[in-house]
Design a protein around this ligand. Structure first.
Ligand SMILES: Cc1cc2nc3c(=O)[nH]c(=O)nc-3n(C[C@H](O)[C@H](O)[C@H](O)COP(=O)(O)OP(=O)(O)OC[C@H]3O[C@@H](n4cnc5c(N)ncnc54)[C@H](O)[C@@H]3O)c2cc1C
Length: 481
């Protein structure tokens, strides 16, 4: 049966049976259409709000499949989404009636301990990276949920539990291999295609399909001291005390405050199930006994309801919140802003809304930034906000889809109230705007770097083949004579 795919110009491209048969012979990975039994399982992404039906899914088995998939998209002018970990809260990585270039089977990780180099295939998750790197006592700064894809997170920046000591995920890149819109496999680094390398460190999925990342890894753990005190009383006092503490901590400490409701889940002590809480989590990237002393104050900001703090394997902490983020289960709508000044500057707003979340699964999440992030100049990478002290991420999550409009309205309302505390920038990895929905947001994220990104886009993707993302349209050619 032939399939119909939407094109970049809004028309329809048809692949007939013969063409599909030819493609099945060409690709090593499977081609999946609505006729296949696994179609529904394969099209699922993390965000349960996103229920989309691509026309054709190519599950790439390696770089050759990616090259052929990009060539196919370009030759037919197909609208193509690119997916690795599938965690895009905006749903960028799947689209109705489109081609889906799926790298989620390309999850190889290779570690060179002497060179402290970790090479990661384009579809790997942070859990894959941690598993291999920790065998050598190494880690690459990643995210806080181990099922998140390395690709989307790194291309958009990448904050986690190590960013204050070692920088963003994208700051730790040595090189990238990428298939660009013309089907070429390019290497980008400080000495090869430098313009592309600059753009890929924060500029998102705009420039092609990344098949591998080379990262610098750092000695971490395997045992690290982690603080996880859970407060229920006096949230305003605790939040302000946490904010004061963040002004004293060394770069080894990465910490975040999270307003949340403890889920009814065996991973959490039963006596605190259903409690509305403020969690002030922290990790010390150094010797655990030193960490125990440095993190002690965050456990004494008030009287904790429970304290899950302990020295623990880095990998265990990296996966500590995985149980909550079951693929396809939670509907999510997130928005974020970078804040200036200490977190307490916005305490009234944060605490008020933190306690008035419209769903127990929702969170107000305030990660502390600074440290190594701010030691890179804003124009050294496409990722532009290096001065923010912290982020306000309003993470709407819920289970009953009938209430979606209310939860989305709540997220937008909170963010609209936070302008006066903001640096004016936003973190696109934590934003639910659909492609093209909010050009202002892209401007706000990249600021002065946007024009340079648009120039790079014009060089590598002049027809905007890769547009299902926080899109940077290619710069128009100059008309000056
Ligand atoms: C539960 C959860 C936890 C999160 N935690 C963190 C966190 O701790 N820190 C943080 O910084 N962010 C975090 N995020 C946000 C996350 O960084 C972004 O959603 C990111 O896009 C996810 O990457 P992915 O590969 O899983 O996404 P996908 O949905 O697979 O891809 C998202 C987009 O990235 C691009 N992309 C993906 N793969 C490739 C590729 N191989 N080549 C080129 N472009 C590609 C495409 O534009 C694609 O649309 C989290 C998100 C969720 C849902």
């Amino acid at each position: 049966m032939s399939i119909k795919v939407e094109t970049l110009s809004g028309e329809t491209a048809t692949l007939d049976d013969d063409k599909l048969e030819e493609l099945r012979m060409t690709f090593r990975g499977p081609l999946i259409t609505q006729q296949d039994d696994e179609y529904d399982a394969v099209r699922v992404v993390q965000n349960g709000l996103i229920d989309r039906r691509p026309a054709l899914i190519i599950r790439c088995s390696g770089t050759a499949d990616v090259i052929d998939a990009v060539n196919l998209a370009r030759e037919y002018g197909m609208l193509a989404a690119v997916r690795s970990g599938g965690h895009s809260v905006a749903g960028h990585s799947v689209r109705d009636r489109s081609l889906l270039i799926d790298l989620s089977e390309m999850r190889g990780v290779w570690v060179d301990p002497d060179a402290r180099l970790v090479r990661v295939q384009g579809g790997a998750t942070w859990g894959d990276v941690d598993r291999e790197a920790q065998a050598f006592g190494l880690a690459v700064p990643g995210g806080v949920v181990s099922t998140t894809g390395v690709a989307g997170l790194t291309l958009g920046g990448g904050i986690g539990w190590l960013h204050r000591k070692y920088g963003l995920s994208c700051d730790n890149l040595r090189a990238i291999e990428i298939v660009t819109a013309d089907g070429r496999l390019l290497r980008a680094s400080e000495s090869e295609n430098e313009d592309l390398f600059w753009a890929l460190r924060g500029g998102g999925g705009n420039f092609g399909v990344v098949t591998s990342f080379d990262f610098t890894a750092h000695p971490v753990g395997p045992t690290v001291m982690c603080a996880l005190p859970i407060y229920a009383e006096n949230p305003d006092k605790v939040f302000r005390a946490w904010s004061d503490w963040t002004e004293t901590v060394p770069d080894e400490v990465t910490t975040r405050a999270i307003f949340w409701t403890i889920p009814q889940d065996p991973h959490m002590p039963p006596e605190i199930h259903g409690k509305q809480v403020l969690v002030t989590g922290a990790l010390y990237a150094g010797p655990p006994d030193e960490g125990e002393k440095v993190l002690q104050p965050v456990r004494q900001l008030g009287t904790p309801l429970a304290d899950l703090s302990a020295p623990m394997p880095y990998r265990v902490f990296q996966a500590a919140f995985d149980f909550f983020f079951v693929k396809g289960a939670l509907a999510s709508y997130w928005k974020s802003l970078f804040l200036s000044g200490p977190p307490s500057r916005a305490a009234d707003l944060i605490v008020r809304h933190g306690l008035a979340r419209t769903a127990p699964e929702s969170m107000i999440h305030v990660p502390l930034l600074g440290g190594a992030i701010s030691r890179t100049d804003p124009d050294d990478t496409a990722y532009a906000d290096r001065d923010a002290t912290c982020m306000l991420s309003v993470d709407g999550n819920w289970l009953d889809h009938r209430d979606s409009a209310d939860h989305i309205a709540w997220v937008r309302h909170v963010i609209s109230q936070a302008d006066e505390f903001s640096t004016g920038r936003t973190y696109l990895n934590f934003d639910s705007a659909a492609p093209g929905e909010a050009p202002d947001l892209v401007q706000a994220a990249f600021g002065d770097n946007l024009q340079r990104l648009a120039d790079v886009k014009r060089r590598y993707d002049p027809h905007n083949l890769f547009r299902l993302n926080a899109n940077v349209p290619p710069a128009r050619p100059s008309t000056d004579l």
